[in-house]
Design a protein around this ligand. Structure first.
Ligand code: ADP
Ligand code: MG
Length: 307
């Protein structure tokens, strides 16, 4: 099946201005987003996430590469691409003089949705803004604004919804509502892409995670695979001098001698706890003098991939 979005060799260099050097915000990246996925584009601030999203949204011109959306080449069929995408921008930019109802109606007009096909109240209800339909946009909280932007992105019923840093300025409760709704859309078949610099967010919501750093994709896997890489643990154990016994045996722990008194126990945190590993060694009579558990929690691996 063809992907929802296919990106090949996509590059963006922002021109030098004043004293600043040209900025290579995207360096020939390849990325494939499968239809129906809940895809996280994870990366630290400045990684290039918004640049990528804004290229998809037609707000930033790419410097090189090819972008296909729903099978349409962006250079050949920009309007078809636009019709397939709903984009919720990172900035909470809303016209303060329009109510949510008006804002959604205007957006529908911009996308050429005929009056008879508009679902303004249905969409506002879905994002929990029906009781605010006629309020001034400026009276809306950050979370409500974010949800209004989601509503606007949905007016033309796009099969792909892209959310750029959707939790910025959204409090915990509204975040949950927003996620519940995004999940529902995904379950109903919408391909979701979200950018975030929060690991937990990507972890909780998404089934695929690509990690971008300094304009390059440094990881791109299913979440389970990525998490699988994060659960390996190494315990380094210092033994009393003069120990010369046998290494313990355990089918889920790999023991290696790093030196005559330094033992490494490798295990999978999904299968065992450090305490299990320690029991195994004490049961085998190892004279443990000191130990440390090294490697991998999610944050560590993220940092190792992005620095
Ligand atoms: P992210 O969304 O991951 O935080 P951005 O795509 O916004 O990252 O930015 C990527 C890099 O490109 C950053 O170094 C940023 O400063 C730079 N950048 C973004 N927009 C512009 C612009 N309009 N002109 C020059 N540099 C820009
Ligand atoms: Mg950004």
């Amino acid at each position: 099946m063809r992907p929802a979005i296919n990106i090949e060799g996509l590059a963006k260099t922002y021109a030098a201005s004043g004293k600043s050097e040209p900025k290579h915000a995207l360096k020939a990246i390849d990325l494939e987003v499968p239809v129906g996925s809940m895809f996280a584009l994870l990366g630290p601030n400045g990684a290039g996430k918004s640049t990528l999203i804004n290229i998809l949204g037609g707000l930033v011109n790419k410097s090189a590469g090819k972008v296909d959306v729903w099978g349409f080449d962006m250079d050949v069929n920009p309007r078809n691409c636009r019709a397939k995408l709903g984009i919720v921008p990172q900035e909470l930019a809303l016209d303060p003089f329009f109510s949510p109802r008006e804002a959604v109606e205007i957006q529908a007009g911009l996308y050429g949705v005929p009056k008879s096909k508009r679902r303004t109240m249905e969409i506002l209800e879905a994002v929990g803004l029906d009781d605010k339909a006629d309020a001034y946009a400026r009276s809306l909280s950050g979370g409500m604004r974010r949800r209004l932007l989601v509503a606007k992105a949905l007016v033309h019923n796009p099969p792909i919804l892209i959310l750029d840093e959707p939790t910025a300025g959204v409090d915990i409760n509204l975040r949950q509502t927003l996620w519940a709704y995004v999940r529902k859309l995904n379950e109903a078949g919408t391909t979701i892409i979200l950018t975030t610099h929060y690991l937990e967010e990507a972890q909780e919501l998404c089934d695929r995670v690509a990690i971008i750093n300094h304009g390059e994709i440094v990881a791109n896997e299913t979440k389970d695979k990525l998490l699988g890489r994060f659960t390996k643990r190494q315990m380094k154990v210092t033994l009393d001098d003069g120990w010369n016994g046998d290494l313990p045996r355990h089918d889920k722990i790999i023991f290696e001698l790093l030196s005559p008194v330094m033992l490494q126990a490798s295990f999978d945190a999904n299968q065992l706890r450090p305490a299990d590993v320690i029991s195994c060694m004490t049961d085998a009579g190892l004279p443990i003098r000191d130990l440390e558990v090294g490697g991998a929690d999610l944050e560590d691996v993220f940092i190792s991939l992005t620095t």
